[in-house]
Design a protein around this ligand. Sequence first.
Ligand code: SAH
Ligand code: SF4
Length: 392
Amino acid sequence: MNATAPITQDVLTLPRKLPEGGKTNIIGLTRPQLHAALVEMGTPEKQAKMRVGQVWQWLYHWGVRDFAAMTNLAKDYRLKLAEHFEIVIPEVVSRQISADGTRKYLVRIAGGHEVETVYIPEEGRGTLCVSSQVGCTLTCSFCHTGTQKLVRNLTAGEIVGQLMLARDDLGEWPEQGAPKDETRLVSNLVLMGMGEPLYNFDNVRDAMKVVMDGEGLTLSRRRITLSTSGVVPEIAKTAEEIGCLLAVSFHATTDEVRDKLVPINKRWNIQTLLDALRDYPRLSNSERITFEYVMLKDVNDTDADAKRLVKLISGIPAKINLIPFNEWPGSAYQRSDADRIAKFADIIYQAGYASPIRKPRGEDIMAACGQLKSATERARKSRAQIAAEAGV
Ligand code: SAH
Ligand code: SF4
């Protein structure tokens, strides 16, 4: 933690849109879903395809939030849309900006639950880290989110909405005067916030369909990375139905250690996971898989671990992303020393794999990987429970 870095926090008082009775939130509906809803509303079948494209352009290209502003549609059609649909994205409760420019949004979704979304600006690009669940059912012993019980899955609209609210805040819509051809501020998206995306598969898939569509939010599938702790049965489905890049929270080289760090390993162990991963690049037509490996002092960071890791993944096109452990209050682990991490990285590099060490971002605002947790969430596991589950 960098205690001296300046923190700015401002509470945004955006107008709260209350759901109006019986209306469907249009944000996050897939093309076929919107098509069907428009036909049901009375749009002639042969016009519906074109209307979907027009409405999507307004919503996702121009960023308008009012049907009345969709001026290439007839006035009574706009009124009809407003009768049937609402345009709702999650509300930003607070925004913190780190000394390094990282922005963390605390976002309120229907029911008053809160999740976090993080924007990480980098040279020539910017990555948005979105949440897929409130809390997480899994209990990885080094992860702050894992201490918070699952409250609910996010809807597709709430997942898409996180990208839209970031664009709002960054002033990235043409409506807000953003220049057309400049590099996008949000150029990449990672499903690495709160929650296990593959335990909310349908909503994550639908959201990504809207995000990836050329008339939707137009982020290509190669700019989207989904991170999973290893929900094996959903991995092939991810390749076939989403086709984005995949990252896997690997974190250990023996089942004994992985059982403690990533308890889902007791259900699908390292070998089962690797078998599922072997097919992913071919199925998704992507180049390689990212293996995430959190560096925990004296737990998983020896030379022998590095050598075993290389052996395990042999034959899988891969990059290994070493994540220095981000500490959080009450965590049972420590970050490996910098020279240990460098040595570990070198062994992997010598074996022919890219082994970038992830630069911790936004630590001063608790926005770094694995630190996300809603401050107001009360349903917490006790420290004793976390330690017992971790076997530490
Ligand atoms: N549930 C998914 C995605 C969210 S976590 C998953 O587990 O993959 C995103 C990444 O942050 C994962 O690789 C996770 O293992 C890692 N992570 C969790 N807690 C961390 C911490 N305290 N320090 C560093 N990385 C952490
Ligand atoms: Fe859930 Fe991922 Fe955290 Fe594990 S690391 S508890 S799967 S969010």
